[in-house]
Design a protein around this ligand. Structure first.
Ligand code: 4NP
Length: 170
């Protein structure tokens, strides 16, 4: 079992989209028993009195438009304990990477990565622009999908059965 935690600033746009896009790809490959996904925020901006806000409506709409299933998901804060609980901690932009490192007190096992570092043709700065500010949920979902496909292929090389030889129907 490989455990992946996707991380962004608010956990209402990019990282929950990544969580559900990855779950969809994992389901297409039939390797749900081998890959587990979750997501978390580096800030409390979308968490009020311990209750996180749901995924942003435009993020939900973009997943729906693509036929990607999602469940109720509320923003949750990244914690120090997450470092030991996950094998991969995948950030949407450099800022998340820096903030996560601060929350964890370092990255001794080199678990922290940028999602776009796995994409075949990544953007120059490896940052996925925040659609909360840009309003561009389509490009965001495209970049997330490219990163998740690359990450799955990297997992295949690490020996997750069926991924290495798998055929993604997308
Ligand atoms: P996310 O986007 O990090 O992709 O979830 C954001 C959502 C909310 C805020 C910032 C970024 N905010 O400041 O509330």
């Amino acid at each position: 079992m490989k455990k992946i935690l996707f991380v962004c600033l608010g956990n209402i746009c990019r990282s929950p989209m990544a969580e559900f896009i990855m779950r969809d790809l994992v389901k297409q490959l039939g390797v749900e028993e081998q890959v587990e996904c979750a997501s978390a925020a580096t800030s409390t901006q979308e968490i009020i009195y311990d209750l996180g806000n749901p995924m942003y409506p435009a993020a939900q709409a973009e997943l729906k438009r693509r036929g990607i299933a999602f469940t109720e998901k509320r923003a949750a804060l990244l914690t120090r304990a997450d470092y030991d609980s996950y094998d991969y901690i995948i950030c949407m932009e450099q800022r998340n990477l820096r903030d996560a490192k601060r929350i964890f007190g370092g990255d001794p096992d080199r678990k922290l990565k940028l999602l776009l570092s796995y994409a075949e043709t990544p953007a120059a700065d490896l940052d996925i622009a925040d659609p909360w500010y840009t309003g561009d949920f389509v490009s965001c979902a495209n970049q997330i999908t490219a990163g998740c496909e690359g990450l799955l292929s990297a997992l295949g090389k690490e020996g997750v059965r069926a991924i290495a030889g798998g055929n993604l129907a997308c």
